[in-house]
Design a protein. Structure first.
Lengths: 320, 177
């Protein structure tokens, strides 16, 4: 028998550790979506070669991406407990802090998104933007560097998507987040979510098929990465095994397997596969399931990670 | 120089004087605490053993909370003390999530708060309030790199324990068992 009494009751720490909630999960989701949009935009730019051949959904996506990232940053701002100090993020750069890297990455991604919007936005919006001469010059530059911009968009998207996982993985105190698979998993989920979002607004059948195939590939990668994430923890140290136990029989099992694995990945990938074979009619259900699964993934990993610990305040377990 | 705290779990009677002294000295807000007791009872009746641990920030020599702070608010000052500069803290909670000891919390004013080993007292040559208040003389504080210091002598003299050594954080609160 072992009975432990901790005489501490700090809000957010006791009795359950929970300091990051829906706002941070929302940011991770929106950051992932923007990362996916950048990647898909870059891939289509390389495929199309000219603005006139770009699908309408991708062109609208270039307008939506900065707005979504701005909304994500607003959520991060709302999470800060001392909001008046927000500019402190930009008066320093701390290379050991992933959050510091992220702050600067977010700022540096905006100019890229601005160029993409200037080059690719739907004509009415583009005409409005190009009313400013400086922006017009930037658009000309963007068009001249079409291939380079496409490559940069793919690389920046991959970096942004992986970063959202690394941000959590840097917290060694939360063993559930301590996985090399988490960054790629969030990237795959973000790409899948972006393909789903574009499929919601795309009217062209051929582009929808391309987006469905891209989504299937991203969802398949997500399944593999979820497997790697689970196996990596289950074969690691005791605190990792206990952490992953929360998704394998523990309190987050239902949400993880029901909302994320089955509802957000398994069912959509099956329906999309059937869609491509003409067995079922494409509806908004699949993209909505993918998007719901994406936000559920972020929230479940965020919440379960905070509930996991390395036993730092359980001294006897390591001594006797 | 590396400040460390040594706590004799045999001498500790769990009177909470360290907790009260800390609250008084540092005016921690109601409902929050920088130090606390962990009481562990093990065994089967009548073979029972009770251990009392007075816990706080471990002022790690390799603190992930400092490494993860995006603004430099969490920092290491003279003597290896880990402190939070309120003027730089945004309340992003990255340090709280990185601390394996759950020793930090968000102060109602918005900044992150934690034990400082009473850095303001140490600068004046005084002991941390908790050490000063301990009626059982169970707590010692000093430079663990100085072989002649009381803390260095105590660490050499008995079987010691640090919380979760596998974390690699190199905690600087030592428990004499």
């Amino acid at each position: 028998m072992e009975e432990t009494l901790v005489q501490r009751s700090n809000q957010g720490i006791d009795p359950e550790f929970f300091v990051w909630g829906w706002d941070v999960a929302g940011y991770l989701f929106l950051g992932g979506l923007v990362a996916g949009l950048l990647i898909l935009t870059g891939l289509w730019m390389r495929r199309a070669g000219a603005r006139s051949a770009m699908p309408a959904s991708i062109r609208w996506g270039t307008v939506a991406a900065p707005l979504m990232l701005g909304a994500g940053m607003l959520l991060l701002f709302l999470d800060l407990d001392l909001k008046v100090h927000v500019l402190r993020f930009y008066t320093a750069f701390h290379p050991t802090s992933p959050m510091s890297w992220g702050s600067w990455i977010l700022v540096l991604v905006f100019p890229l998104m601005a160029v993409l919007a200037l080059v690719l936005a739907p004509d009415r919006i583009r005409a409005l933007l190009l009313g400013c001469r400086a922006l017009g010059r930037l658009a000309t530059l963007g068009e001249r560097w079409w291939g380079r911009i496409a490559t940069i968009a793919i690389v920046a998207g991959a970096g942004l998507g992986i970063y959202t996982g690394i941000l959590l993985g840097a917290s060694v105190a939360r063993p559930l987040w301590s996985s090399a698979a988490l960054g790629p998993l969030f990237l795959a989920s973000g790409t899948s979510g972006a393909a789903a979002l574009l499929a919601l607004v795309e009217r062209d059948g051929a582009v929808r098929s391309w987006l469905a195939r891209a989504d299937i590939w991203a969802l398949a990668a997500e399944i593999l990465l979820i497997g790697a994430f689970l196996v990596g923890h289950a074969t690691s140290t005791r605190c990792h095994i206990e952490a992953i136990g929360m998704l394998l029989g523990g309190p987050f099992t239902g949400a993880f397997w029901g909302l994320v694995v089955v509802g957000g990945v398994g069912v959509p990938i099956l329906l999309e596969w059937l869609e491509l074979r003409g067995r079922v009619i494409a509806t908004a259900a699949v993209p909505l399931l993918v998007l719901a699964g994406g936000i559920a993934l972020r929230y479940v990993i965020l919440a379960a990670g905070q509930a996991s610990g390395v036993g730092g305040d359980a001294p006897l377990n390591t001594f006797f | 120089m590396r400040y460390a705290m040594v706590i004799d779990t045999v001498r500790c009677v769990g009177c909470n004087a360290c907790v009260v002294a800390c609250k008084t000295e540092n005016a921690t807000p109601e409902g929050y605490t920088r130090d606390w007791l962990r009481i562990v009872v093990r065994g089967e009746f009548p073979e029972l053993r009770r251990d009392i641990f007075s816990e706080r920030c471990n002022h790690c020599a390799n603190p992930p909370s400092v490494h993860n702070c995006p603004t430099g608010a969490s920092q290491i000052i003279e003597g290896g003390l880990v402190v939070v500069d309120r003027s730089k803290c945004t309340g992003c909670k990255a340090c709280i999530a990185s601390c394996p000891y759950n020793a930090r919390y968000v102060h109602p004013d918005g900044h992150v708060d934690k034990c400082t080993f009473c850095a303001h007292r140490v600068r004046r040559g005084l002991l941390p309030a908790c050490v000063d208040a301990c009626p059982a003389r169970a707590m010692s504080f000093g430079d663990i790199h100085d072989d002649g210091s009381e803390v260095a002598r105590l660490v050499r003299s008995r079987k010691i324990h640090v919380n979760n050594p596998a974390s690699g954080c190199e905690p600087q609160v030592y428990y004499l068992m």
